[in-house]
Ligand binder design. Structure first.
Ligand SMILES: *Cc1c(COP(=O)(O)O)cnc(C)c1O
Length: 402
């Protein structure tokens, strides 16, 4: 009933409404919550219908590697939140990055990548994408002359993450997009740290936005998943790879992410509020030699972050006096925080990047990225800030006592 008017109301709706309602198509059962279509395949009305759907002359589902209604709802909701024409879901964040490489690059071409990207991204590019004849250059995230200088006639893609992990360097997306587009290259932005609730890179000229949905989109550390967002043309190229190669999203995980999206903005605001409070608190503690959080007025990219982002997110890092032994003592003295490399969870996590997330990089690569032995990363969750501060104080006491 009133289907046309419902669609029109939703088409005019704002972000919070889209996060709760976009993309839902109710089945004949009239369920209120999104249905979970846990099915690998679909039945056809007749042999002729099967032939038409396989030929693409009739619409309708064929097989869940191609389409699944729960996955489609997730894709439509995420496209609405990122302001994209279309989104395509993948089995993990890394599968989304792999899909971008396979769909948009070919042998003989070149990627310019920010040095401040997720460790597995660097590993995948260096070890596997390079093997297929694609060259990769790395640039410090905020070295704009470096971005310009790294461009070659065969550069097809710029890949970046902002804010960077774990130093919170903020890349000016508009500026990098100008450099890329003058030379016919695509800009791919990994928007995992802020989510569409706090940053929409397409607004600043990015061509493709990638997420690890495993992080804030889930928000409670349950499922792996990923997504690409962008123009219909670019997304259709991604779909082509996914259908052939198969790293597609499980409908169960898509359903979990749909529930996560409903609370995304209020969670991101809470993560941001607590992370800022903790960054300010850390800054005032003896024994802490530096705090990296773009929400601090003292951060070199603070003004840019205020223009480009609607919040600063939950991830911060800091350094302690005493090198790696002190950093490990600090981490081991905490009793509430989880020692894990994950982020984007309701539970606060703490990790030593140099020996975990960035441990597989060479010493030299780590130094170039600013991953020093005394650096600690915290991904602030949703607990009481006072409890988190008391736990971090245990870490500080452990360093003082040594
Ligand atoms: C976790 C993460 C990824 C990879 O996502 P998976 O879902 O673990 O494959 C990519 N980029 C960033 C910034 C991440 O934090």
């Amino acid at each position: 009933m009133h289907d046309e008017e419902r669609r029109a109301a939703l088409a005019r709706a704002r972000g919070d409404t889209l996060a709760v309602r976009a993309g839902q198509v109710r089945s004949s059962e009239g369920e209120h919550s999104e249905a979970l279509f846990l099915t690998s395949s679909y039945i056809f009305d007749s042999a002729a219908d099967a032939a038409a759907r396989f030929a693409g002359t009739a619409t309708g589902n064929v097989y869940s590697r191609y389409t699944n209604p729960t996955v489609r709802t997730f894709e439509e909701r995420l496209a609405a939140l990122e302001g994209a024409e279309q989104a395509v879901a993948t089995s993990s964040g890394m599968a989304a990055i792999l899909t971008a490489c396979m769909a948009y690059l070919q042998a003989g071409q070149h990627i310019v990548c920010s040095r401040g990207v997720f460790g597995s991204t660097t590993m995948m590019l260096n070890r596997y994408i390079a093997k297929f004849g694609v060259a990769i250059s790395y640039v410090a995230p905020t070295d704009y002359a470096g971005w310009e200088a790294a461009m070659r006639p065969e550069t097809r893609m710029i890949f970046l993450e902002t804010p960077s992990n774990p130093l919170n360097e903020v890349v000016d997306i508009e500026r990098v997009a100008r450099i890329a587009h003058e030379r016919g290259a695509l800009v791919v932005v990994d928007n995992c740290f802020l989510s569409p609730a706090l940053q929409q890179p397409l607004q600043f000229g990015a061509d493709v936005v990638i997420h690890s949905a495993t992080k804030y989109i889930d928000g409670q550390g349950r499922c792996l998943g990923g997504v690409l967002c962008g123009s219909r043309e670019l997304m259709e190229q991604a779909v082509g790879f996914l259908r052939s190669a198969g790293p597609c999203l499980s409908p169960f995980n898509a359903w979990v992410f749909l529930k996560g999206l409903e609370t995304l903005r209020i969670r991101m605001e809470a993560h941001s509020r607590s992370a800022l409070a903790i960054a300010e608190w850390l800054q005032a503690q003896p024994g802490v030699t530096g705090v990296n959080y773009a929400g601090l007025a003292s951060h070199p990219d603070h003004a840019l972050a205020c223009r480009q982002q609607r919040g600063f997110g939950g991830v911060l890092s800091f350094t302690v006096a005493g090198g790696q032994p002190a950093a490990w003592r600090f981490i081991d003295a905490t009793r509430l925080l989880s020692i894990t490399a994950n982020l984007g969870d309701a539970k606060t996590t703490i990790v030593h990047p140099a020996t975990t997330t960035h441990g597989r990089l060479s010493e030299e690569e780590r130094r170039a990225q600013g991953i020093t032995p005394e650096l600690i990363r915290v991904a602030v969750g949703l607990e009481d800030v006072e409890d988190l501060e008391e736990d971090l104080a245990r870490g500080l006491a452990a360093i003082r006592c040594a």
